[in-house]
Design a protein around this ligand. Structure first.
Ligand SMILES: *[C@@H]1O[C@H](CO)[C@@H](O)[C@H](O)[C@H]1NC(C)=O
Ligand SMILES: *[C@@H]1O[C@H](CO)[C@@H](O)[C@H](O)[C@H]1NC(C)=O
Length: 391
C-alpha cells in the first residue's frame, strides 16, 4: 500500500514537472521585445531555464531566467553568489507582482535566512523587466560583472507567496535545496556543485546507519522475541538473540543519531522538523527500553506483567516510528528511488516472515492447548508449565 502510494506520488510529480518543463524550458522559447540570447540551459531543478549572452569585452551578462513560481502569486529569483555557499551572500534578482499589480524586479543582497529585504547588490544592474504568462514568470536583466568573472556560482529559487510586497520563504524540499551550481558563461556549461561532496557523504553514512539499525536490526530482534519464544527448545536462546540484536541495533542507531545531530547543526536555516523530532523520540524511547532491562522484575514477580506490557508497547512503537523515519529520511535525501524500493522490499520480506511465523505460532499454540487438555482429560496430570504467548 505504501509502495503504491510512493509510486503514484512519484509518477504524479514526474508528469507535473514534465508539463512545466515544456513551458519553461529552452526549446521553443521566444521572448518579447526581440530579446535573443546566445545560450540557454535547462536547469536541473525547479523546471527552470537560464538564457544568456555574455559580452567578454564589457564583462556584461544579459540574462533571462524562466521558471514557474510555486504559486500563482509567488516569485522567482536568480542570483550569483560570489562568496560560494548557498543562500547567504546571494546577489539576487527577484521577480514578483508588485503591490501596484505590475510585474517587477527587485535586487537584494541576502545576509540572513528569513524574508528578503530589497537593497543594492554587488553588481551594477540595468534593463530589468519581468513578465508572467502561461504559468511561468520571466525575469530579464543585465549585470555588469567584474572583468574575468566568467565562471559564477548561480542559485535559483521559486516561492509561492508575496505578502505586502515582501517575497515569503520558499519551500525546503530537496528541489529547492539543490537549485544551485557552477555556471560557465563562456563555455555555456553548468555543474551541480551542490554543497560539496562531504556533507552528501555524511548524509549517506547517516542514512545507512539508521536504515540498518531502525529498519532492519531492531525489527529482526523483535521477531526473535516474538516467535522463537514459542519453541520450548529455544528458551533461553531467544532471549540472548533478542537482547544482542537490540543492543547492536541500538549501538548502530546511536551512531546514526549522532551523525544526524551533526548534520542538523550544520544545516543552518533548514530544519526537517518531523524527521528530527521522530529521531529524538526514537533515541529517547530506545534508551529507556535498554535501561529498563536492568529493572526487569523476576519472571514470577507480580509487576512482571506490567513490565511486559510497557516493554512490548514501547518496542512496537519504536519499530513503527523507526520505519516511518527511515522513509522520511529517504525522502529528504532525494536519492535514486531504487533505494526506497529496496527498503520497501526488505520491510515486506520481514513483514512476510512475521506473518508466516504468526500463523505457525498460532497453530503450535492451539495444538499444544488441545494436547494439554486431552492429557488432563486422560487423567494424567500435566505438570508442565502452560506457556502462553504474550502479545
Ligand atoms: C575575456 O576578457 C578577459 C579580460 O577582460 C581576457 O583576459 C580574456 O582572455 C577574454 N576571454 C576571451 C575568451 O576572449
Ligand atoms: C551585502 O551584505 C554583506 C554582509 O552584510 C556586506 O558585507 C556587503 O557589503 C553587502 N553588499 C552590498 C552591495 O551592499
Amino acid at each position: 500500500m505504501a509502495a503504491l502510494g510512493f509510486r503514484l506520488l512519484f509518477l504524479l510529480s514526474a508528469v507535473g514537472s514534465a508539463a512545466a518543463a515544456t513551458a519553461s524550458g529552452c526549446s521553443s522559447m521566444a521572448f518579447s521585445s526581440n530579446r535573443v540570447y546566445a545560450a540557454c540551459i535547462d536547469l536541473p531543478r525547479l523546471s527552470s531555464s537560464l538564457h544568456w549572452s555574455y559580452d567578454n569585452a564589457s564583462a556584461t551578462l544579459s540574462l533571462a531566467f524562466v521558471a514557474p513560481p510555486a504559486g500563482p502569486e509567488g516569485w522567482v529569483s536568480w542570483a550569483i553568489n560570489p562568496s560560494g555557499g548557498g543562500m547567504i551572500g546571494c546577489q539576487t534578482l527577484i521577480a514578483f507582482r508588485q503591490p501596484n499589480g505590475v510585474m517587477g524586479i527587485k535586487t537584494c543582497n541576502i545576509t540572513r535566512y528569513g524574508p528578503v529585504a530589497e537593497g543594492p547588490i554587488e553588481f551594477e544592474t540595468s534593463d530589468m523587466a519581468a513578465e508572467q504568462s502561461g504559468g511561468v514568470m520571466r525575469l530579464f536583466a543585465k549585470m555588469k560583472l567584474p572583468a574575468g568573472m566568467t565562471e559564477v556560482k548561480q542559485v535559483w529559487q521559486v516561492g509561492s507567496a508575496v505578502v505586502n510586497g515582501v517575497p515569503q520563504k520558499h519551500d525546503f524540499k530537496p528541489e529547492n535545496l539543490q537549485s544551485l551550481g557552477q555556471l560557465d558563461l563562456i563555455k555555456g556549461s553548468i555543474s551541480a556543485s551542490g554543497g560539496g561532496t562531504a556533507p552528501r557523504r555524511n548524509k549517506y553514512v547517516h542514512g545507512i546507519l539508521n536504515a540498518v539499525s531502525w529498519g532492519i536490526l531492531l525489527p529482526i530482534g523483535q521477531l526473535f522475541a516474538r516467535y522463537l519464544k514459542t519453541f520450548r527448545s529455544a528458551d533461553p536462546a531467544w532471549f540472548y538473540l533478542h537482547v544482542s540484536c537490540q543492543i547492536i541495533g541500538y549501538a548502530v542507531g546511536v551512531g546514526g543519531w549522532a551523525t544526524g545531530l551533526v548534520l542538523g547543526s550544520r544545516s543552518k536555516g533548514i530544519q526537517y522538523t518531523t524527521h528530527r523530532n521522530i529521531g529524538i523520540s526514537l533515541f529517547t524511547l530506545c534508551t529507556i527500553q535498554v535501561s529498563a532491562l536492568l529493572l526487569r522484575p523476576n519472571k514470577d514477580h507480580k509487576y512482571r506483567l506490567y513490565w511486559n506490557i510497557y516493554h512490548h508497547s514501547v518496542g512496537y512503537t519504536v519499530i513503527v516510528l523507526g520505519i516511518v523515519n527511515v522513509f522520511k529520511g529517504l525522502q529528504i535525501l532525494n536519492i535514486d528511488h531504487k533505494w526506497t524500493v529496496y527498503f520497501i522490499i526488505i520491510i515486506c520480506i520481514l513483514g512476510g516472515i512475521a506473518l508466516f511465523l504468526e500463523i505457525v505460532t498460532w497453530i503450535i499454540v492451539i495444538k499444544r492447548r488441545s494436547d494439554d487438555s486431552r492429557k488432563s482429560h486422560d487423567g494424567s496430570t500435566s505438570s508442565g508449565v502452560q506457556r502462553s504467548i504474550s502479545l
